[in-house]
Design a protein around this ligand. Structure first.
Ligand code: HEM
Length: 124
């Protein structure tokens, strides 16, 4: 059986660290920060669980949150080009901060996924 990307990059710890680093970027970027709730604990948890599930790890996201319906869940937010770019910049910096914990192929796979997904979630 093929190893999932989830397993290959080191499982839950990798995705928790990625998401923590991503939210450091969110907190530093007012355009993003104002969209998120004051307390980021749940936001972090949801994103980490979602990514773990997406990449072949445990399905706790689905058990807790149901179908992702990401497009619908992002409708309340004004996601224009600038917001998309800011989100991607925070994610790129987060990936950079984990350099050495994934191969360049894995990094490329993750990055193209984030780019595609962020483009799909633009709604303005
Ligand atoms: C394009 C720019 C994006 C912006 C501005 C954005 C913004 C947000 C905001 C404000 C929330 C709500 C947080 C909360 O209620 O705690 C959210 C939730 C979420 N976002 Fe994004 N997002 C973007 C792209 C993405 C992408 C590309 C993904 C996935 C690859 C993603 C995955 C999620 C997930 C899984 C949640 C939690 C959904 C849930 O409630 O279960 N977002 N996003």
């Amino acid at each position: 059986m093929d190893e999932s990307l989830f397993q290959a990059v080191g499982g839950e710890a990798f995705f928790r660290d990625l998401v923590d680093a991503f939210y450091v970027g969110v907190e530093a970027e007012p355009l993003l920060r104002e969209m998120y709730p004051q307390d980021l604990t749940e936001s972090k948890d949801h994103l980490a669980l979602f990514l773990m599930q997406y990449w072949g790890g445990p399905t706790r996201y689905g058990e807790q949150r149901g179908h992702p319906r990401l497009r619908m869940r992002h409708e309340p937010f004004h996601i224009n080009r600038a917001a998309r770019d800011a989100w991607l910049a925070a994610m790129r910096a987060a990936l950079d901060s984990l350099e050495g914990r994934m191969t360049s192929d894995q990094r490329e796979t993750l990055w193209s996924y984030f780019e595609t997904a962020a483009n799909q979630l633009r709604n303005v």
